[in-house]
Design a protein around this ligand. Structure first.
Ligand SMILES: [Zn+2]
Ligand SMILES: [Zn+2]
Length: 273
C-alpha cells in the first residue's frame, strides 16, 4: 500500500487526536508507512491560529521520533512539515525547514497576495476561483523552484467542486507544472476533497493528466486532521498507482522520503528512486 505522506497533529490548533491515535488508525487502515507533516510556523504572527509556534518545532520533531520508536517493526513513522509558501517570508520558511532533519517538507500555497494583505484561497465557492488563478499558479511555480520542498501539496486546493477548467486555468497550471518538472519536485495527490463531498483528488483529473504527461513524481496524501481520516480515499490512489506513468514517492524509515529525480537542499537525507 502507498504511504500516507500528509497528516497533522493538535499542535496546529485545528486538528484533533493525538499522534498515537493517528498511528493506530493507520494500522487499522492497513497502512505500513506514514509521515506527519504538521503546519509549520511563519513569523509566529502570520496565521498563527492554524500552525504551531517556532518554539514547538523541536518538541514536535522529538515527540514524533519517540512515537516512531515505539511503533518500530509495526509501522514506519516519519516526521515532516507542511510549509506555507509566501513571498517575503523566505527566511522564516528556511528557519523552519532547517530546524530539524525532517523526513519530508511539503510546500503549500494557502494564501495569495491581495490589495488588503493576504487572501486565504482554500476551497473557494464556484465562480470566485477565477480571481486568484494567476497569483496562485505564479506562487505555486515559485514554491516549486524555491528548493525548500520535496513535494507541493494539493495543487488545485482553491477548487471546492467538480468542474471543468476555468478560462485560462489550464495554461496557468501547465506553466507552473513545467517549472515543477524542471525543479524535480513531486506533486501531491490529496484525497481531502472526497471528505468534503467531492469525487476527485486534488489535482482534478484534467490537471492530473498534465502532471503525468510531464513525468512528475506523485505523493500520496490524506491530509488527515483527525485520526479516522488517515488513509481515507486511498482506493483512488491505489487505482492511480496502476497507471504505468504514475511514480509515487516512498518513505523508508531512516532513509526519509525518496525523491524521484531532481534536487533538494538536503539530498544527503533523501534517497533517489
Ligand atoms: Zn490544516
Ligand atoms: Zn495539510
Amino acid at each position: 500500500m502507498l504511504p500516507d505522506l500528509h497528516m497533522h497533529t493538535p499542535r496546529c490548533k485545528h486538528a484533533q487526536g493525538e499522534p498515537e491515535a493517528y498511528a493506530q488508525a493507520a494500522r487499522a487502515a492497513g497502512l505500513t508507512r506514514i509521515v506527519f507533516t504538521d503546519h509549520a510556523p511563519l513569523d509566529d504572527e502570520m496565521d498563527r491560529v492554524h500552525r504551531m509556534t517556532r518554539a514547538e518545532l523541536l518538541p514536535y520533531h522529538a515527540e514524533i521520533r519517540v512515537l516512531a520508536e515505539s511503533w518500530r517493526g509495526r509501522l514506519e513513522i516519519g516526521v515532516g512539515l507542511e510549509l506555507d509558501w509566501l513571498a517575503g517570508y523566505e527566511e522564516w520558511i528556511r528557519a523552519a525547514a532547517d530546524a530539524a532533519p525532517w523526513d519530508l517538507c511539503l510546500g503549500s500555497v494557502h494564501f495569495v497576495p491581495a490589495p488588503a494583505g493576504w487572501e486565504f484561497i482554500i476551497r473557494r465557492p464556484a465562480g470566485t476561483e477565477q480571481a486568484i488563478l494567476a497569483a496562485y499558479w505564479q506562487a505555486w511555480g515559485d514554491a516549486a523552484e524555491s528548493g525548500f520542498f520535496q513535494a507541493l501539496s494539493h495543487p488545485d486546493v482553491y477548487r471546492s467542486v467538480e468542474r471543468d477548467p476555468l478560462p485560462g486555468e489550464r495554461e496557468l497550471a501547465c506553466r507552473a507544472l513545467d517549472r515543477a518538472a524542471r525543479a524535480g519536485v513531486a506533486v501531491e495527490c490529496n484525497t481531502s476533497l472526497i471528505r468534503k463531498g467531492g469525487r476527485t483528488l486534488y489535482p482534478a483529473p484534467w490537471l492530473l493528466e498534465d502532471v503525468l504527461a510531464r513525468g512528475i513524481p506523485l505523493s500520496s496524501a490524506s491530509d488527515a486532521h483527525r485520526p479516522e481520516q488517515v488513509g481515507s480515499g486511498f482506493q483512488l490512489l491505489e487505482e492511480l498507482a496502476r497507471d504505468p506513468r504514475a511514480r509515487f514517492l516512498d518513505f523508508r524509515g531512516g532513509l526519509g522520503v525518496a525523491v524521484a529525480g531532481g534536487s533538494h537542499h538536503r539530498d544527503t537525507e533523501t534517497q533517489r528512486l
